[in-house]
Ligand binder design. Sequence first.
Ligand code: IMP
Ligand code: MG
Length: 178
Amino acid sequence: MDVVERILISEEEIQARIKVLAKEISQQYQGETICLLCILKGGLMFLTDLAKQLTVPVTFDFIGISSYGNATKSSGIVRITKDLEESIENKHILIVEDIIDSGLTLSYLVKNLESRKPASVRICTLLDKQINREVDIPIDYVGFLAPDEFLVGYGLDYQELYRNIPFVFVLKSDYYAN
Ligand code: IMP
Ligand code: MG
């Protein structure tokens, strides 16, 4: 594809890693039902592929939360753009996110969710940009550590594009509007 500068994680690598993660998660939640909480829109691809591999019962809910505008740098401003549909009281919540960068988004979200009295809240992220972390948040399941580069594909977007591409890649600089 002409928009790809470099493929960082191939479709095969993503799917293989998801199988391993799903096994680990299914073991850890043995006997429980997991409410998979997708962070829109980036977590969507990861949630659907992960859910298909889980062997424990799952439900889905979706929340829209954003600390980004359309830029490639975190604004630090966090807002809920779409709230959950179901009560999460006494449920085991597994947050499914595309990438954790500064951690500001998730740190805000976890606090918000905890006030709703769930049985537990854990975090599963496909990518972890550990190097940029500004707040300390415990991440329970990580797909891959990510370099400090702007990544797109497999849920990750630049100006809402490239989410549907089945691998994670670095976009060619010609495609950034500056
Ligand atoms: P944080 O609050 O800084 O951790 O930002 C997390 C959110 O920023 C993620 O859910 C993504 O939507 C977005 N984000 C962070 N890094 C990237 C990237 O490299 N590509 C696309 N989106 C990113
Ligand atoms: Mg996101």
